[in-house]
Write a protein that binds this ligand. Sequence first.
Ligand code: CTP
Length: 402
Amino acid sequence: ELGQAAAEIDLRAYLVGGSVRDLLLNQSTQDLDVVVEGAAPALARRLQERTPGVRVVTHAAFGTATLIFPDGERLDLASSRVEHYAAPAALPMIELGGIHADLWRRDFTINAMAMDIHPARFGDLLDPYHGLTDLRERRIRILHSLSFVEDPTRILRAVRFEARLGFCMDEQSQRLALNALHLGVFEQLSGARLWRELRYLFDLPQAAAAWERLGRLHLWTVLRGEPAKDPTLLLARGKRALEMLQWYHLLFRPEAVRPWAVLLRVLLGDLAEPALRRRLHEFQLAARDASVLLADLRQLRPLAQRLRERLEPWPRYQALAPVSLEGLLALMAWSDNELLREQVSDYIQHQYDLALPLDGADLLALGVPQGPRIGEWLQWLRRAVVEGRVQDRETAQRWIRQ
Ligand code: CTP
């Protein structure tokens, strides 16, 4: 339909970018990106005339249009564009240009292919930078030597595609990534954009490969805001954190944990408080996430030390109760001490969401006087449960009556 509409008004339109890559890899693709040689809004309006029920939202300044179909599906149309960077790492300014120019501005050869959607040429591949060869040879290759300088997030995107597809950067691209790093390109990049890319990496099913790659590409300093004190230890902690996440996953607990939140604790866990606060501010983490993370990390190192000794159930419970679930998983990853891991895993499995057999109303019914003492009684009850002296409602009631 879109190809037909484009042909009618004599525009050429192409499927581009990630969707072409995914199609050629036989993988499902999330969003389709179409580039129009000429004005995308004109094509969008044409399609709207032909197809009842389609809504069109255009952004003239960007030369883009979004088609919204009756079933809610969306399709983004862009005018083929040449991006100019006002300054390294700034957002691009956009001008019209041909499809080749559009592809030239893209990140990697595998993302710089276009597929014609004109009815007469449907499916013809436009592949000026040999993306298909790189796809076959599982290679991530940039198109020109300034690519990483123009957009340092591409270094993290390269790591993302390497991990996700099991590909590898070619030597030249890797060297240019390291060069760009030495030039300090990340200093121009906002913390929020850096974090957005990093978070994608942390949430990948292949995060372990990505974590290892971050270390090999010497990215810890730009990610943390200061060098890693012990890169080998940081590597090991990240890997352990991912193992802990898997372990937690297999417990089939209702509370979801976010891999990025655990890995971020591991990444920043040894920063001094002012540096940590600065980093969280730069990353523009949501206020609630930032405050829980700060509270967790204040306790992380002292707890990792303390739990090397076996604690009695109640002191252990009290020590761990203020830590979030994501913080507990980071704590388990912090050292390879067996006793630490055993105690935290036992806590997560048996005490983290401890349900008391009686509540305040039950206590009142059993004759405990109303007032602040209810809270104390509940705390005693919690302790009795943690210490195994009370197991169920019946023993709890008996225990209260005594
Ligand atoms: N792109 C780029 N440089 C960037 C970001 C994106 O050149 N820093 C280009 C690439 O051609 C990419 C396309 O814009 O294919 C779309 O970007 P995005 O949606 O972020 O990535 P996809 O390749 O679609 O990957 P995903 O499957 O993760 O969405």
